[in-house]
Each structure stands twice: as structure tokens, then as C-alpha cells.
Design a protein. Sequence first.
Length: 132
Amino acid sequence: MKLSQIQQEALWGEGGPYSQVRIVIETRILDDRVSREFLEVEAEINPLTFKIINQNKEKFKDDIAIQQLLQYADYRGQDFGYVVSAFSNEYTDESVMREARAAAETAKATIIRMHRFVMELLEIEAGQGENE
């Protein structure tokens, strides 16, 4: 399927869907000292993928991760897409980082399932935009 320019821009990718997951260390500063640090895991999903998955959410009724993402993601405009928090906890020791990494891996796997569905629906081949 040939995508319109608007659809292509809403996928963020060159030829296919693009989304991202990040782990952030948030440092909270109170007065003249660091009071606490938190680990945050956020996912940004491109607008077209989110829209297509939401329109087809019945097909994902047994996928709890996708259902939660659809329920809790907030639209932040074309540049940020749909943003969802996948993890937040005070960074007290390395066990919290392990938890954050596990949450990030779950978010990545969820978004990959979403991208695969969109790619199949729109008949997009993986890596299509890499060589153009």
C-alpha cells in the first residue's frame, strides 16, 4: 500500500513505523542538594500506529500490555506521539535498575507486536526505508 505523506509522517519512520522506549534517571533537587533520584521508563508511540491499533483493539483483547498502553497513553502532539509511563521508582540500588530494564524490555516487545500488525496491515516490508 502506498502511504500518503501525512500517513508517512505520522509513522515517524522512513518506510515503516518508528517508536521509542527510554530509561531516564530523574534527579530531584531540593534547595541546595540532591534529594532523591528516580528511574522512569517511558514509551513514545508514533501517532499512526496508535490510531491503527486503537481502531483494531478488539484483535488485541487478550494482550494485556497493549490494552494497558491504549488505556493510559497520552497524546502529546505529532512530535511526541502517544506517551505512556511503563515504570517509575526511586533509584535506591541496582535492583531498581534491573526492574526498569525489565519494564523497558516489556515495552519494547509490546511496541514490536504493534508495529508488526501495522506493517502487515499496511503491507510494509521491514527495512524498506533503509536503502532508499
